[in-house]
Write a protein that binds this ligand. Structure first.
Ligand code: ADP
Ligand code: ZN
Length: 592
C-alpha cells in the first residue's frame, strides 16, 4: 500500500474491501466522495493475476485516473473514443500481451462484441464498475449503456465484480444490486459524513458582496461557485474578476473550446475560482478544491450534498457556503410545479427540496440534519458547522405569524410578501390605497418588526408549510391546513433569527494557514517547483503531489531518500521520479 500509493495505511473499510475482493468476492461499495474508493479496486487489481477492467462513464475522469496511476508506476491505460486508431491498437496489443495492470473503458465499448472477444483471451483480475448509480433511473445521471453490464457476471464467471458509487439513497442502492445482477455481493456502506467540510448557510442579502467576503478568506485557493443560471454565472465571474479574483466562467452555453480551456485551467492550476452552473462537476476529481459556494439554492439535499462534496476530497479542511432567501424557495418550488414531470416524481422532488430547506432553517447542527436524511444517527452537535460554532438565536414567533396570516386572509390571499409587509407596517402606498387596504384592522399592526424581519417571518412560514405560494397567481401567499392551529392559538412557533454574514473559520482551520512563516516559505517554494513539473509534463499539479504532501514535506523537511519514505504521498515511484528534486528544493529552502 505505501510502496505504490504512498498512503500511511488503510482508511475506513478499505482494508476489508480490498481483502474481500482479492479473495474473489463481489462487492457493492457506497462511500462518500473523497472516501477513497479507487484504492478498493486498484489494489486488488494489482494483487490478483491479470488485468483489472474499470468501467467509467467519463473520458476526462479516465484520463486523470490513468495519469495519476502512471505517476505511481502502475501500468494503466484507457480505451475510449478520444483515442485515434493507432493508439487504440497499441492499447489492445498491450492488453493482449499482458502488459497492463489496469484498463479504463467506457461502458459501451466494454460490451461491444469484439472487445468482449478480446477479453476472452486474457486473464482478468476483476471488473470495477465506477459511478455505479448511472444504472439507476432514480439518479439524475442515468446512462442506458450501464444496463448491459449485467451480462458480465455470466460471461466471466469467477471474476470478481465491484460496483462503486457515492450516491446513497436506498432506491439507487437496490437498483445497483438488481440491475448489475450482484445478488450476493457484500455491501460496504460507509458513513456519508465529510468531517473535514465546514458548512455555512446564510441568508442572501447582497450575494456578490457576501461571496467576495467568503472568497477573501480563501486567498490563492481553488474553489467552485455554483449559480443557477448562465447569466448569473457570467455576471458573477466578471464582477469577481473586476475585484481582483482569478475567476473563470463555465456553463453549457459557452463554446466547447472555451469551456474546456476553463475546465483544464481549473484542474491544472492553483487558485482558480470556477463560477459555474451545475453543468460543471460530475466526474471532476480535483482533490484540492478548498471551497464550494452556492449563490443560489440547489434543487435538493442530494444535489447540495454532491455539489459541496466536491470540496476537500484530499481530506484537508474545506469550507462551503450556501446563500438563500425566500426568492430561492419560491423559484425552486415553481420549477418543480411547472415542470413536466409526472405527479409522483414532482412529489419526490418536492420532498427532496423540503429536506434541503429543513437543513437551511434548522437552528441545530447542519451536519446532523444532513446525515439524518441519509439514515444515519450522528452526534447532536458536530462542532464544525456555522450553527455549532455560533449558537442560533430563536424567538417566539407565534404572534407575528398570526399577524402575517391575518394580513393574508384580510387581503383575500391574492398578494405577495411586499404588499403584505406594507399592510403590516402601515405604509400607504398607491396600491394599498387603491385596494382600500389602509382601512383594514391589520393595517399597521406589525411595526414592532422591520421589513427584513417580516421577510424572514414569511420565508420561515413558507418553508414550514404554514403558508403556500400560489405560482399560478404570481406568487400570492395563501393559507394551508397548518395555518389553522396558529390562527386559533393552539400551536406556538419559534423562528430563527437570521444571520446574514457567516464568520468564516477557514483561516483558522486549514493546515496551510497554520504553517509558521519559515515553513510557509518552504511550502511556497515546493509549490512553485510542483507547478513547474506539472507544466513540463502537461498534467494537473495534484497529480504530481497533493497539497497535504507538500505541507508534510515543508513541516518535516526530510534530508534523505529514506526520510522521504515516511512522508504521506511519497511512494516508490514518486521518490524515484521527484525525490532528488524535492530534496534539492528543501535543502535550498532551509539554507536561506
Ligand atoms: P473517491 O473516488 O472515493 O472520491 P479517491 O479514491 O479519489 O476517492 O480518493 C480520495 C483521495 O484520498 C485521493 O486523493 C487519495 O489519494 C486519498 N486516499 C485514498 N485512500 C487513502 C488512504 N488510505 N490514506 C491516505 N489517503 C488516501
Ligand atoms: Zn454542527
Amino acid at each position: 500500500m505505501h510502496v505504490v500509493f504512498g498512503h500511511g495505511g488503510f482508511r475506513g473499510q478499505q482494508a476489508e474491501i480490498v481483502s474481500h475482493v482479492i479473495a474473489g468476492g463481489d462487492a457493492i461499495v457506497l462511500m462518500p466522495t473523497g472516501g477513497g474508493k479507487s484504492v478498493c479496486y486498484q489494489l486488488p487489481a494489482l494483487a490478483r493475476p491479470g488485468v483489472g477492467i474499470v468501467v467509467s462513464p467519463l473520458i476526462a475522469l479516465m484520463r486523470n485516473q490513468v495519469e495519476a496511476l502512471r505517476q505511481l508506476g502502475v501500468r494503466a491505460a484507457a480505451l475510449n473514443s478520444s483515442l485515434d486508431a493507432a493508439e487504440r491498437s497499441r492499447v489492445r496489443a498491450d492488453l493482449r500481451g499482458g502488459r497492463l495492470d489496469l484498463l479504463y473503458v467506457a461502458p459501451e465499448r466494454l460490451v461491444s462484441p469484439d472487445f468482449l472477444a478480446l477479453l476472452d483471451e486474457v486473464p482478468i483480475a476483476l471488473f470495477a464498475i465506477d459511478e455505479a448509480h448511472c444504472i439507476s433511473q432514480w439518479g439524475h445521471d442515468f446512462r442506458p449503456e450501464y444496463m448491459q453490464l449485467a451480462a458480465l457476471g455470466t460471461r466471466f464467471p469467477g471474476v470478481p465484480r465491484i460496483a462503486l458509487t457515492a450516491t446513497a439513497d436506498p432506491q439507487t442502492r437496490e437498483d445497483i444490486r438488481r440491475r448489475l445482477d450482484l445478488g450476493v455481493a457484500r455491501l460496504f456502506l460507509a458513513s456519508f459524513d465529510r468531517p473535514n467540510i465546514f458548512y455555512n448557510i446564510a441568508l442572501k442579502s447582497e450575494p456578490k458582496k457576501q461571496l467576495l467576503a467568503f472568497l477573501k478568506t480563501h486567498p490563492g485557493e481553488s474553489g467552485i461557485v455554483y449559480c443557477l443560471s448562465r447569466a448569473t454565472v457570467e455576471e458573477t465571474a466578471a464582477w469577481l474578476r473586476a475585484q481582483g479574483i482569478n475567476a473563470l466562467a463555465y456553463h453549457a452555453g459557452l463554446d466547447a473550446g472555451m469551456r474546456n480551456r476553463h475546465q483544464d485551467a481549473f484542474l491544472a492550476e492553483d487558485g482558480i475560482v470556477l463560477v459555474a452552473t451545475i453543468a460543471f462537476g460530475m466526474g471532476i476529481d480535483k482533490p484540492d478544491v478548498r471551497f464550494v459556494a452556492h449563490v443560489d439554492l440547489p434543487s435538493s439535499l442530494e444535489a447540495f450534498y454532491q455539489e459541496t462534496g466536491r470540496a476537500g476530497r484530499d481530506g484537508q479542511p474545506a469550507e462551503t457556503l450556501l446563500l438563500y432567501g425566500l426568492h430561492d424557495v419560491t423559484l425552486r418550488g415553481r420549477m418543480i410545479d411547472q415542470g413536466d414531470a409526472p405527479d409522483e416524481v414532482k412529489r419526490v422532488e418536492r420532498s427532496k427540496l423540503d429536506a434541503l430547506l429543513g437543513v437551511c432553517e434548522t437552528a441545530a447542527c447542519r451536519r446532523r440534519a444532513i446525515l439524518a436524511h441519509f439514515g444515519e444517527t450522528p452526534p447532536v452537535a458536530c462542532g464544525h458547522c456555522d450553527n455549532c460554532a455560533t449558537a442560533v438565536e430563536t424567538w417566539d414567533g407565534t404572534v407575528a405569524a398570526r399577524k402575517a396570516l391575518s394580513a393574508m386572509l384580510r387581503t383575500g390571499q391574492r398578494f405577495g410578501v411586499g404588499h403584505l409587509t406594507d399592510v403590516l407596517l402601515g405604509v400607504a402606498t398607491e396600491k394599498i390605497v387603491r385596494f382600500g387596504h389602509d382601512k383594514l384592522p391589520t393595517f399597521g399592526v406589525g411595526t414592532e418588526l422591520d421589513r427584513k424581519a417580516w421577510a424572514s417571518v414569511f420565508r420561515q412560514l413558507v418553508v414550514g408549510g404554514i403558508v403556500a405560494v400560489d405560482h399560478a397567481a404570481f406568487g400570492a401567499l395563501c393559507t394551508t391546513p397548518l395555518s389553522g392551529p396558529i390562527l386559533r392559538g393552539t400551536e406556538t412557533l419559534r423562528f430563527r433569527r437570521d444571520r446574514p454574514n457567516p464568520k468564516s473559520t477557514a483561516l483558522k482551520t486549514t493546515d496551510r494557514a497554520a504553517l509558521d512563516p519559515a515553513t510557509e516559505t518552504i511550502f511556497e517554494a515546493l509549490r512553485a517547483r510542483r507547478k513547474h513539473l506539472a507544466l513540463e509534463q502537461g498534467v494537473p499539479a495534484y497529480v504530481i503531489f497533493h497539497d497535504s504532501t507538500l505541507v508534510a514535506l515543508a513541516r518535516s523537511r526530510p534530508r534523505s531518500r529514506a526520510e522521504l519514505e515516511a512522508i504521506p504521498g511519497m511512494g516508490r515511484s514518486k521518490i524515484e521520479r521527484y525525490g532528488d528534486e524535492v530534496l534539492a528544493a528543501l535543502a535550498q529552502g532551509t539554507a536561506k
